[in-house]
Design a binder for this molecule. Sequence first.
Ligand SMILES: [Zn+2]
Length: 244
Amino acid sequence: MNGYEEARILLDSSKRTLVFTGAGMSRESGMSTFRGAGGLWNDFSAQELSSIDGLRTNPAMVWEWYGKRFVARKGVVPHSGYSALLHLQNRKGRLPVVTQNVDGLHQAAGLTEVYELHGSMRTVSCLDGCGFSASFSDDHLSVLPPKCPDCGAVLRPDVVLFGEPLPERVIRDAFQLAADWADLLLVVGTSMLVWPAAGIPWEALQAGVEIVELNPEPTSLSKAPGVIWIPGRAAEILPGLLEE
Ligand SMILES: [Zn+2]
């Protein structure tokens, strides 16, 4: 029996499947990850544009950057790998998804239990923390930087910026699901290089959870005992793997 067949059987019989996704999942839908700043952004490193300090000291510039990402996101639709996950959610009744992505594509596909480790581009809130929060819309890009209608402070995208901790509760829930709840972890499209997110599959493995990993290239996880690595792309492999 090859890895693919073994994975199909495990996914079929699993009672509590947890999904863990990374940037590869987004990229297959054509989401640019905006790595490396060039052209317009010559004087500003990508890290500065995505940092809490950058937002405080140069909010208009940071917002111009996020505005471009927001506009780029608008034409992007979830690929067939997301539909396959939705199919699995319908089969299992519950399918928690822990993701490092901020684009909301899982929710756009209909997945209902999504843990966003790095926050979300779908909403904005008050940088001064007055409590204002709203969906990210084109209105927020008409005058940069957008201001909080309640207190006049600058608004922020609800993504985790460089220099900020990950949302504590989301991290705790994700690790708990991996170690105490799941009987199978499906890892998709992550390089396993970004911490602490990369610790989640290792935590699951240590707890005796079966792992199926789908990535075009092997990662640090792929050869670990107890891991079935399937080389390939989510949009190509997931439909056959998850649908009856
Ligand atoms: Zn405010």
